[in-house]
Design a protein around this ligand. Sequence first.
Ligand code: ATP
Ligand code: MG
Length: 441
Amino acid sequence: MFVPSEVKKAVLMLEEAGFEAYLVGGCVRDSLLGKAPTDYDVASSAFPEEMKAVFKNEHVIETGIKHGTLTVLINSVPIEITTFRIDKDYEDNRHPSEVLFTRSLKEDLARRDFTVNALAYNEKTGVIDVFGGKNDLEHGIIRCVGNPDERFSEDALRIMRALRFASVLGFEIEEATASSVHKNKNLLKNVSVERLFSELKKLLCGKDAAKIIKEHSEVIAVLIPELAVLNGFDQRHFRHDKDALCHTAAVIENVPPLPHLRLAALFHDIAKPLCQTVGDDGIAHYYGHAPLGAQMAGGILTRLKCDTETKNAVCELIKRHEDRFAAEPRAIKRLLGKIGKDAYDDLLTLMRADDLGKKPEYFPGEEFYENYLKIGADIIAKEECFSLRDLAVKGADLIEKGMEPGPEMGIVLDALLEEVIDEKLPNEKEALLEFALQNLF
Ligand code: ATP
Ligand code: MG
């Protein structure tokens, strides 16, 4: 197993002082899977004060010293080291009421959530596998360490983590663990939304997100009850061959694994059940589901304490996901002026995924979206004007020509922008001012 020299040094320093030290958790799991770990966590038999003594000549940050965690910087690389611990008596499904330090690696591994996360590694001992994590890793299985009911009632976040790891690693949740996930799902209500949302985003960006959302929608619905009705919701439309949940899952699968796109996919049709009307021909329509969906998604994301930038991006995409506009520069410039290039590209990505989630015969072909994207890219590449920011005339120019500052100025600038977008006027100061003086003042 590859271990960076800084991590090796930290482990060695602890060992030379007479303590045990191992790599633990995600870094061992990911290394055995042949993936580069995101970070390296070290666990040690040294108690917090003893760790501080070992690293007294290094830069140490007391990250969570009460829980036995400190960060040591070796050659500016931060390494998190945690004393072996036992978490005792969870009374509220989320916080251990007591943290006991121990000298036993085995006891520390026993408090970890899943067998694949309960592996330890040290150059001298190799992989230490007390709970069969290596075998589960080989077979792609998420299994609780110990009794699932007990482990989920200690810390209900583990329920979401089970789904998250299954999605990210593409693993199956072992039967007893899966049935306990469902049995205990309501305990998720006791967990802070920040922790849940962080796991949800990782789940959505995993390779098996669509499968997990379909199989475990009732679990997700504990934190997002608005999703519950999508399961089994008959779309009653000739373009659709899936219920609203399976369609949603297909859309998730067909957008890249970025949180804002996956969240937009998850919520894009959330208002459909509320907006359904059925015509005499038996075909259902969903007028207004896009703007209402954006509003609902905004409410949900606020509740989940999503950052504002992501929330706004998600709502913008949902609001416009049903908009149809011509594949010609004028319409596209107008849209670019409203939402910008990144959101424009994301919108087409979402629209394509939405269409891929319908009956294949209604898919207009990849060229359809590529054409839109190309027109947008050309407008940007040629630095064409599509917003007031690019317009060759500014408010100050109008004032110089004798216009009173005020709301009319905005109207004049907007009118000039329309002329430029419609290619009736060049984006040149002289021509624009002349037109404004003759027609708009
Ligand atoms: P990644 O960092 O790639 O998301 P990870 O496995 O390192 O995955 P972390 O959340 O960083 O996940 O946690 C580090 C380790 O701590 C886990 O591998 C697991 O052993 C343990 N762990 C984390 N959260 C819990 C929890 N809620 N209950 C039990 N053990 C946990
Ligand atoms: Mg980690």
